[in-house]
Ligand binder design. Structure first.
Ligand code: PGA
Length: 253
């Protein structure tokens, strides 16, 4: 079973509209001709429209960083999956650890967001991962198991096949501490087994599992050589075209 490698740039709360368009312009040039790798960028909401326009005719896909689960109504400050769909978002990141840590995101709200995304055909990138404390207390697998099971509640097999999971150990995000390829692979394998238990072997084989947490051009190759690592969700190194395009071109390195 072959899963197409998938590299996504999570820009977080960075880039004005002008800077976002500039970065995408550079990216289109620096990754031109790369085959067999899917690429997506997740700008902040304010830049989605402009980036989408800049991406016309390009194979780079647009992703959002979050959404609210209601379609419309009196929810000041929120953005719905319908709105993201209209903007041309192919993917949406859901349950990122920064949302869990700073904005009260919980598995139950993660699940609501997942369903809302799928209702509009926007594909969720579900983020899961343990904190340093949880790892030290040897709770990694328990945490992963419950974040996965709760996040995916009520989601059917057909929808699941298109979904992306991102394993992002919280202790590795923005810290410069990448998990070793072996550490990551161990959890990726566990996630795939979890998908098999929740769904079927077939589903587990097609779902792509990205690794995220201080991925750099230097660390990507080792990570991508692991059997169950199918791509990367990249934060810091996606804010400039040079490192991100090197990550996209990992096969040539
Ligand atoms: P980082 O962020 O690459 O800057 O560690 C990854 C992420 O949070 O998705």
């Amino acid at each position: 079973m072959s899963r197409v490698p998938f590299m996504a740039g999570n820009w977080k709360m960075n880039k004005t509209v002008g800077e976002a368009v500039e970065l995408v312009k550079e990216l289109k040039i620096s990754i031109a001709g790369t085959e067999g790798v899917e690429v997506a960028v997740a700008p902040p909401f304010t830049a989605l429209y402009a980036v989408r326009k800049e991406l016309e005719g390009s194979s780079i896909r647009l992703a959002a960083q979050n959404l609210y689960w209601e379609e419309k109504g009196a929810f000041t400050g929120e953005i719905s999956s319908l709105m993201l769909k209209e903007l041309g978002c192919h993917y949406v990141i859901i349950g990122h650890s920064e949302r869990r840590q700073y904005f009260g995101e919980m598995d139950v709200t993660v699940n609501k967001r997942m369903r809302a995304a799928l209702s509009q055909g926007v594909i969720p990138i579900l983020c899961i991962g343990e904190t340093l404390k949880e790892r030290e207390e040897e709770k990694t697998f328990t945490v992963i198991d419950s974040q996965l099971g709760n996040g995916l509640k009520g989601i059917g097999e057909r929808e699941m096949e298109r979904m992306v999971i991102a394993y992002e150990p919280v202790w590795a995000i923005g810290t410069g501490k990448t998990a070793t390829p072996q550490q990551a692979e161990e959890v990726h394998q566990f996630i795939r087994q979890g998908l098999e238990k929740l769904y079927t072997r077939g589903v587990a084989e097609v779902v792509r599992i990205q690794y995220g947490g201080s991925v750099t051009p230097e660390s990507v190759k080792g990570l991508m050589s692991q059997k169950n690592i199918d791509g990367a969700l990249v934060g810091g190194a996606s804010l400039k075209s040079e490192p991100f395009s090197k990550i996209v071109r990992f096969k040539e390195m």
